[in-house]
Structure formats: C-alpha cells, structure tokens
Design a protein around this ligand. Structure first.
Ligand code: SAJ
Length: 465
C-alpha cells in the first residue's frame, strides 16, 4: 500500500482510536471520539481509573458518568491497564502527564514509556499523535526514534504528529470538540493523516508546518498566562506598598476596550500546566545557551505570592496582638483554582506549609477536596460551619469556589484574609462590602505605608492589609 493510500485511510471509513492516559485530557478526548462514532480503546496505568470507566463511571469532573456509560453500552469505549492492544488502534493519541521533576526539570518519563510501548506494537498504517505539553523537539528527537524502533519509516509506513491539548478544566463553554486544535506533522502525509483523523470530531483544526511549531504554540499559550499573571502579582505587591487596592486598579484598567487583557492577582500559580509548562521552555533554552529571563523572572514572582499571603495573615494576627505561632488558622479552598478538585501545585499547600512551620494549627475546608494526600499523610478537611469559622483565629480565603458562602465567611470570621478579593462580591446590609484588598476583617483601614519603613520584601500595611 502506498504512503498516500495509507494516509488517505483516515479520511473515511471505520477507525479505532487508542488514547493513552485517561486523565483530564485523555478521558474527554476519548469520550468525544466515541461520541463521533469511532471505537476507542483507552489505556491507563491506574487500575481504579480503568475499572471505573469500564463500569461506566467518570473520574474527571468535566465528563459526566452518563457519557461514559452510554459509550460503554454502545460498545465504543473500553479501557485497559496494559498497552497490549495498541496494535488494534489505527490512531494512537498520547495524553500522558509531563510534570516537573523534584529539581524542577522536565520529566518526560511518561512520554518515554508510552513511546516504547508504541514502538513495540507499531504496525504499518498507524497514526501516532502526541498531545502532552512538552518542549520543542520532543516529538521529532525523542518520540520518533522510539516509535521507529522496529524500522518502520515515518511518513511512509506510519504517521507522527504533535497536537497540543487545550483543556481548560471547569470551562463549560470551550470543550474538547469546539476548541480549535493546532497540529503539526513530521511530514506532509503525517499532517494530512492527523487532520483527517481529528477532523472527525474536532470542529476546527489548525495545521502548522512542523511539530516544533505546534509544541512552541502550546508553550507560548501557557507562558503568556504565567507572565501576565506574574505582572499583575507584581502590581499587587507594588499597590500594597502604595496603600492602593490592586483589584480596584485591575478592574479599572480592564475597562480599556482594546490593548489590555485582565488577569487578577492571587495566592500564586497552581495546576499542572501554567506553573509547569514555562519551565519546559526555559529548560530547553538553557540547553541551547539562552536564558529565558522573562519566563524565569515570572516564575519567581508567582512563587512569592504564597509567602505574600502568609505575611498578610501574620500582619492581621499581629494587629490583634496574636502570633502565628499557636494560632488556629482555617484555609478555605485548597484546589488550585475555583470549582475544580485538583490540588496539584496549589499555592494553598505552600501557604499551609509556611504557616505550620511558624507554629500555627492549620485546618482546611474545600467543598471539592475533602481530603489531601500530602507529605506522606492524609489530611481531612473540616466541615464548613459557623463554629469552624468562629473558632479560627484567622480565616484565609485561598480559592473562592462558587459553593463557598461568602456572606457567612465575612460575617463569622474574626480575621479574614482574602487572596482573591472574593468578599468584594459580598452584599452586607444592603451594600457591598468594601473591596478592601487582602485583609478584609481584623486589619486596620487601608492607608499609605509609612514612608521610610523597610522595604523588606515582606508586605506592609498597604491596601487594607
Ligand atoms: N490565575 C491567577 N490569575 C489569573 C488567572 C489564573 O492567579 O488571572 C491562577 C489560577 O488561580 C490557577 C493558575 O493561575 O492557580 C492557572 O490558572 P488557569 O486559569 O490558567 O487554569 P488551568 O491551568 O486549569 O487551565 C489552563 C488553561 N486556562 C485557560 O486558558 C483559562 C489553558 O491555559 C490551558 O489550556 C490549560 O491550562 C492546559 O491544560 O494547558
């Protein structure tokens, strides 16, 4: 069979897709493929994930059980632990994690393992698409040699593309099928195969000239967010020293109808993407003797924010003549952003760590995260009650889930540090609570910092904090 006819196979007829990695990217992808009419074999190392899917259940918040069970009943979705059945798949999508190692370097071990498994099973005619966010060059320099292990030729015998995932967990508007998808192939026939295969279930595909372009597109998207969040976090530290409410500044700047995009300051960067992906780029650049200074500086500024919040807590307790040491502190929201249940890289964990190192008794409540497995132990959250709020010497709102009762928090907390300015949405006695910035209750009124006070890098008494 010619390479053109092999590539042409993806344009029509029955295809079986394989999705390796059934997490927040892989499961929505598998479900979308199944809903488009194709058969999907899912592969995951976690037996509980596999059993759950085969029982018709979803472990991913953005995928409801009904969708999984419907595909199971239709015989279009099946999950397995090993990768023995990869050879049955016409298309293999790799959606494996790409975290950072303990030394904050790229950890592509999951890509390597998946590449070896695909290389062992590869047969003529298959299309392999890497979706995991990674540094430019991974598809061509790392994955291609692994999948070509048995001598098959890319672009002739099989096809290889990179197509970055663009999942925004919790986003009900932009879903897998309606989010434009970038794709780059090792060869033109690879790209054609990828466009045909994904075009079956993605509304708009965006072809680019190479996998490296596609890999860098994804890193630009996420680095764009990390750098702009760092900018607004630095403005927060500046506003604090000026005694100005940073959220008032940001909201007013956001009235500019052109040339500005709103980002909000917060407790720091969480999630498995935004705090991680820019490191993949800066790491790759260091290997090419270039220092991606802006990226690295942004990471530093974002990493300061948990400490900034802890200093607000310290300052508020101090005003009440209490020390952090021995105080009971209630953290509200440990997930990395509102309305998700994921705590990976969550700044809340760093805030808890620092407060406990200073001797505080820290408890947490998160409506989506009842328990955290952290530093070798399971920690259960406390119930969200007025007693729990009142029993705390300080309450810290780290992640403002929609389910949190802001009015009750504002009413019952003796000291309230709000790292999201969420309580500015609270209506109190007919009026809105003054958007006062970080220390909402228990702090002195906002006012300019005393001149000459040490710019210790610790926070002062700026915008209500
Ligand atoms: N954050 C701020 N200020 C902001 C926006 C976010 O402090 O103005 C914080 C959040 O609290 C969170 C972190 O940054 O801790 C990341 O937030 P995020 O909204 O980028 O959330 P992710 O990582 O779940 O989703 C992102 C996608 N988000 C959006 O496009 C809105 C997108 O960048 C990627 O498609 C996705 O990660 C991914 O998987 O790469």
């Amino acid at each position: 069979m010619s390479s053109a006819s092999r590539a042409g196979r993806f344009a029509g007829g029955e295809l079986t897709f394989g999705v390796v990695g059934l997490g927040y990217v892989g499961l929505p992808l598998a479900v979308e493929i199944g809903r488009s009419g194709s058969r999907v074999l899912g592969f995951d190392l976690d037996e509980s994930v596999v059993c759950g899917i085969n029982a018709g259940r979803s472990h991913v918040r953005d995928v409801d059980n009904g969708r999984v069970s419907a595909l199971r009943r239709a015989g279009r979705l099946e999950a397995s632990v090993g990768t023995a059945r990869l050879t049955e798949c016409d298309v293999i999508c790799l959606c494996v994690p790409t975290p950072l190692s303990k030394t904050r370097d790229p950890d592509i071990s999951h890509i390597l393992a998946a590449g070896r498994a695909v290389g062992a099973a590869l047969r003529p005619g298959q299309l392999v698409v890497l979706e995991s966010t990674t540094y430019p060059g991974t598809t061509r320099d790392v994955l291609l040699p692994l999948v070509s292990a048995r001598g098959l030729e890319v672009g002739r015998d099989f096809f290889l593309c990179f197509s970055p995932e663009r999942v925004d967990p919790g986003n009900a508007v932009w879903r897998t099928e309606n989010t434009p998808k970038v794709i780059g192939g090792i060869t033109q026939t690879c790209l054609n195969a990828g466009l045909d295969a994904y075009g079956r279930f993605i509304e708009r595909m965006v072809p680019v000239s190479s996998p490296e372009v596609a890999e860098l597109v994804k890193l630009l998207e996420n680095t764009f967010r990390a750098v702009n969040i760092a900018l607004v976090n630095e403005i927060a530290q500046i506003a604090d020293r000026l005694g100005v409410n940073v959220w008032e500044v940001v909201d007013a700047a956001a009235t500019k109808p052109f040339g500005f995009m709103k980002f909000t300051p917060g407790p720091g960067l969480g999630g498995h993407c935004i705090p991680v992906d820019p490191h993949y780029l800066s790491w790759k650049m260091r290997s090419l003797d270039y220092q991606a200074r802006l990226i690295e500086l942004a990471a530093e500024i974002n990493a300061e924010m948990p400490h900034f919040v802890v200093e607000k807590v310290r300052s508020a307790l101090n005003m009440a003549r209490r020390a952090v040491n021995g105080s009971r502190i209630l953290i509200l929201g440990v997930a990395y952003k509102p309305d998700v249940d994921d705590v990976r890289e969550s700044p809340a964990l760093e805030i808890i760590r620092e407060l406990e190192e200073d001797g505080a008794e820290v408890v947490f409540h998160d409506p989506h995260v009842p328990v955290i497995q952290w530093e070798g132990r399971r920690r259960h959250g406390v119930e969200f009650t007025e007693d729990a709020l009142e029993a705390a010497d300080a309450v810290v709102l780290v992640t403002d889930h929609s389910a949190l009762d802001l009015e009750r928090i504002h009413r019952c907390a003796r000291i309230l540090v709000d790292s999201r300015n969420a309580t500015s949405r609270v209506h109190i006695g007919g009026g809105k609570a003054p958007g006062r910035g970080w220390i909402v209750k228990g702090g002195e009124p906002p006012g300019p910092r005393r001149s000459g006070s040490p710019a210790s890098g610790r926070v002062g008494r700026g915008d209500g904090g």
